[in-house]
Design a protein around this ligand. Structure first.
Ligand code: GLA
Length: 389
């Protein structure tokens, strides 16, 4: 068991006295509805059974001692619950520290420190939300340790707030929400404008969800992400003047086509087109799933990728290669990039008997074209955060 190894590491580093808690928060994959969550649109993500394990113990003083089994070379990173601010040297600990800071901002100041050991089995930089997983996990631990009166949905909002304000990425609510509210074998159909949501069962009798990881690190991704977001804001300001809407998610495709001329800049117009069409595609995809029409769901996934490639321009040769090679394989129901893009992963629905061929053929074509290997994971949809012990 993974958690037992994390607990053993905790005891080795920090001793075994006192009350030690063992926790887990999942990673997430988004099935469809990409770059819609900061545009007031819909998303359709699910939590995974892979994620982040955390072992923690409250301290009597204000010290924080953090250790990650994924970054052992960094050793134990120490700081304090006083004067929390983002620091380059703090590296990954800026995520848990950001969440502690965010609790303070929301009137729940963390007064005591903690010792914490983490281990994540989400591939690093893969776009399966390892950072949101750490954020929700930290909030979950703080609630358990200090008895803060917050719901799982609050944990998602606090995690997003910390990512936006402490770590400087203007992400939407999707990742933290999918993780905090995850439900085994279900995806979450979330309206990001109202936070109304509905669980939809994912019953893939003859197929699996396969994640293909490009192993291309995001690099400049975060700044490009913020750039896309502001392009959408510009588009909304211009089209909104004409028809008075609050978000791009308020528009149907027809309305967009009628009023798009109000968006002066051609690039901003393409970004807005993606946001509007992707939102409508997501609504249609969930409808298709309810009707047991997995084939239509897959077609909408494919169309989502084309739009992210051509209009939103967040794919790149690595993700395009993974998806375009996947489309060539019999038994692939749908395939698209997932997450922010600019590297990271794709998600595919693949018929059971095609999974091995898929991994072999897409893997070989990727290696040939890109020059290094991709990794493949057949994943399961899991629950939200839990206290294991
Ligand atoms: C990242 C962000 C999310 C969302 C996706 C794109 O994962 O954290 O809020 O915007 O990109 O859909």
């Amino acid at each position: 068991m993974v958690w037992e190894e994390v607990l053993a590491k905790f005891k080795e580093l920090f001793g075994d006295e006192g009350e030690i808690g063992v926790y887990f928060a999942p990673g997430r994959v988004n099935m469809i509805g990409e770059h819609t969550d900061y545009n007031g649109g819909h998303v359709f993500p699910c939590a995974l059974t892979i994620g982040t394990y955390g072992v923690a113990r409250k301290r009597e003083d204000k010290k924080l001692r953090f250790y990650s089994m994924n970054f052992e070379n960094l050793g134990i990173l120490e700081s304090s619950v006083e004067g929390l601010k983002p620091e380059k040297e703090a590296d990954w600990t800026n995520y848990p520290k950001g969440v502690m800071w965010a609790f303070g901002e929301k009137g729940m100041k963390v007064e005591q420190g903690m010792d914490l050991v983490l281990f994540g089995n989400i591939p690093n930089g893969s776009g399966l939300s390892s950072s949101a997983s750490v954020e929700v996990l930290t909030g979950f631990i703080l609630r358990d340790m200090f008895g803060f009166d917050v719901t799982n949905q609050d944990l998602a909002l606090i995690g997003q707030y910390s990512e936006n304000k402490f770590n400087g990425v203007n992400c939407g609510i999707m990742d933290q929400f999918a993780i905090a509210m995850g439900k085994k074998d279900h995806a979450i159909f979330l309206d990001t404008a109202t936070l109304k949501y509905e669980y939809a069962p994912i019953k893939l009798e003859n197929a699996k969800i396969v994640i293909s990881c490009s192993n291309k690190k995001r690099g400049l991704g975060d700044s490009k992400y913020n750039e896309r977001r502001s392009e959408c804001e510009t588009a909304l300001a211009q089209i909104g003047e004409t028809i008075g809407i609050n978000t791009l998610g308020d528009l149907t495709e027809e309305e967009f086509e009628q009023y798009k001329g109000a968006i002066k800049d051609e690039v901003c117009q393409k970004r807005a087109k993606h946001a509007v069409y992707e939102n409508q595609r997501t609504i249609k995809a969930v409808e298709a799933l309810k009707n047991n029409d997995v084939a239509l769901f897959g077609e909408l996934m494919n169309a989502s990728h084309v739009s992210l490639r051509d209009d939103y321009e967040v794919t790149g040769i690595e993700l395009d290669t993974l998806v375009e090679e996947a489309w060539k394989i019999d038994g692939v129901i749908g395939s698209r990039m997932t997450g922010a893009g600019f590297g990271g992963c794709t998600v595919s629905i693949v018929k059971n008997d095609a999974v091995d061929t898929f991994i072999e053929k897409v893997g070989a074509a990727y290696q040939e074209k890109i020059g290094y290997a991709a990794d493949f994971y057949v994943v399961e949809i899991g629950d939200g955060p839990v206290k294991i012990k």
